[in-house]
Design a binder for this molecule. Structure first.
Ligand code: HEM
Length: 397
């Protein structure tokens, strides 16, 4: 039973049918869904009317038990990056930007290539040994976290701790939840947030940069922890989800996979088409700052506007064959997987490079395998959270 009673049709549209676009704008429950690419982009570019402040609001309102648990861990999530349309946003964004500039990302390329080759080789060894291997667990899950740790510096924890915290955070803030599950997640997310607070006081890398610039930018400790918290989740888990969804898709698109293996399709075109059709961030939210009319539909002030990024990528007005995976087709790069405007994803270049590198390293392995267990994606407003992608070699029993 979900904490907030949600009618089945509403739940389906909000949490499962991410691509269905019945109308360019439609009210579903307490959200207004926007599906056409043109309108989604217009909203993203108009920060005055559509503010980002609700980006990290809990989809299932927090029950008292969860709130108490979070408070017990000293959890606070102020408006810093993705959920900040205020005057401090440009300064915080400018502080982070150098970590993700094209020149800096290029210096990380050799490391990412080596890492991708190593993880693919380990997955191949497991396949040989066990007859099956989970490509999500062995490649997609660890790679982006190891890269992020190298770039910004995170607390020295076991990979499992950070990965399961990040998935818990995506469930806590974006999934329909029972009170018991919400409480459980609040405890896990709160505990890692407290860990980040200790790290924010003494840690190196981005934590030190944020501390050094705190007074200049008017940031307090909660703001620093908030930035680290957002990056620890969004800066790696999204890319893991994308890699798994893209692997699964490529294993269905054998011609595309063959074209990659023989050099007839560029990994850049394949990843662009993957982002269009398999984006992990299926929606993103804004809140109206005034009464507004969008494509003839009145939306009141203070309303939650859910931008269907996944549906926008399949807009027939933008793409020649919206449902087909055709690298390089007209409109392929006009997806909004990374948003647009003042909050456009700062890690877009990094995520794209990680995906291109990993696809190149894994193409032969994917080509030899078939899927024996597809990913399961639990109900969620904004994220696809695959649990596994198990493959075996063609011809294996
Ligand atoms: C495939 C992987 C990824 C996808 C699909 C993705 C998607 C998004 C989306 C949709 C937004 C909101 C954009 C908007 O409001 O206009 C966003 C924001 C953001 N992303 Fe990503 N992201 C990915 C990977 C990354 C990575 C690897 C990093 C950094 C290491 C990162 C850092 C950020 C930051 C800092 C913001 C907030 C920017 C701001 O508010 O100024 N993302 N991302």
């Amino acid at each position: 039973m979900s904490a907030v009673p949600v009618e089945e049709g509403v739940a389906r549209l909000l949490y499962r049918d991410w691509y269905a676009a019945d109308a360019p704008v439609q009210q579903v429950g307490r959200h207004w869904l926007v599906s056409s690419r043109d309108l989604v982009r217009r909203v993203l570019l108009d920060q005055e009317t559509f503010a980002a402040e609700n980006a990290l609001d809990a989809e299932t309102p927090m029950e008292v038990a969860a709130l108490r648990t979070l408070a017990g861990h000293g959890f606070r999530l102020p408006h810093t990056l993705a959920n900040n349309s205020g005057p401090t946003h440009p300064g915080i964004r400018a502080l982070l930007a150098p970590y993700f500039s094209p020149a800096v990302i290029a210096t990380h390329r050799p490391f990412i290539e080596r890492l991708a080759r190593r993880l693919v080789a380990e997955a191949a060894q497991r396949l040989e040994r066990d007859g099956i291997v989970d490509l999500h667990a062995t490649i997609a899950r660890p790679l982006p976290l190891l890269v992020l740790d190298r770039i910004i510096g995170l607390p020295p924890d076991d990979i499992e701790v950070v990965k399961s915290f990040a998935v818990a955070a995506l469930e806590l803030f974006w999934a329909p939840l029972t009170p018991a599950r919400q409480w459980e997640l609040a405890d896990q997310v709160g505990a890692y947030h407290a860990r980040l607070r200790r790290f924010a006081r003494t840690g190196d890398g981005l934590a030190a940069t944020l501390r050094d610039n705190a007074s200049l930018l008017g940031l307090d400790e909660d703001d620093i922890v908030g930035v680290l918290f957002f990056l620890a989740v969004a800066g790696q888990e999204t890319t893991s989800q994308f890699l798994t969804a893209l692997f699964a898709r490529l294993m269905r698109e054998r011609q595309v996979l063959d074209a990659v293996r023989t050099g007839r399709a560029s990994t850049a075109d394949v990843v662009a088409e993957g982002l269009r059709l398999e984006t992990p961030v299926v929606t993103w939210r804004r809140v109206t700052t005034r009464d507004v009319v969008l494509a003839g539909t009145p939306i009141p002030r203070g309303a939650s506007v859910v931008l269907r990024l996944a549906a926008a990528g399949r807009d027939p007005d933008e793409v020649e064959y919206p449902e087909a995976f055709l690298p390089g087709q007209r409109g392929s790069r006009r997806h909004l997987a990374f948003g647009a405007g003042p909050h456009r994803c700062l890690g877009a270049l990094l995520a794209t490079m990680e995906a291109e590198t990993t696809v190149a390293a894994a193409a032969d392995l994917l080509g030899r395998c078939r899927i024996v267990r597809w990913p399961h994606y639990p109900p969620n407003l904004s994220f696809r959270i695959p649990d596994a992608l198990v493959v075996s070699e063609y011809g294996a029993a």
